[in-house]
Design a protein around this ligand. Structure first.
Ligand SMILES: [Zn+2]
Length: 163
């Protein structure tokens, strides 16, 4: 049973990036809802297992762990911006880590009691795709550590960036 099969409302309120890559105002957009068969056909198998079945990739092998260029990290399922390079930090865990989301509206949270632990699961607000977990042992200024699976994200360099 897919962890990400939770029902979504017809519309969700999220923030999309402005020309500088900063969060724009909140706006209501249609949720992205697809059948399990559609997701399975659209996503590569590794992304499907994480996004739609809440698997966790092995540490130190994700392709975005060492990505340090300026840009947005968008949902691999629906393209919604979820994190930015401005909030990425080296956590030493082996998974890409951020101390804040691109916009709080875009990353939804759920209590996760699987594997004998109580954790806070994070998922994409627009398509429900599983992203990883958030922990309260992160750096300043938030003290949060968003622990991501690389396959749940796609990296989009800031256009026109000179750095
Ligand atoms: Zn999504």
């Amino acid at each position: 049973m897919s962890d990400a099969s939770r029902p979504l409302p017809a519309t969700v309120t999220v923030r999309l990036p402005d020309a500088e890559g900063n969060p724009g105002p909140p706006e209501a957009v249609p949720a992205v809802q697809k059948s399990d068969a559609e997701w399975r056909a659209e996503l590569d198998p590794d992304a499907y297992r994480v996004l739609r079945a809440a698997a966790t990739e092995r540490p130190f092998c994700g392709r975005l762990l060492d990505q340090k260029s300026p840009g947005l990290y968008v949902c691999a399922g629906c393209g919604l911006p979820l994190f930015t390079s401005r909030h990425k930090f080296e956590s030493g865990t082996g998974w890409p880590s951020f101390f804040a989301p691109f916009a709080p509206e875009n990353v939804a949270e759920d209590r996760d009691e699987s594997h004998g632990m109580v954790r806070t699961e994070i998922h994409c607000a627009r398509c429900g795709g599983h992203l990883g977990h958030v922990f309260d042992d992160g750096p300043r200024p938030t003290g949060l550590r968003y622990c991501l699976n690389s396959v749940s994200l796609e990296f989009r360099p800031f256009s026109g960036s000179r750095t």
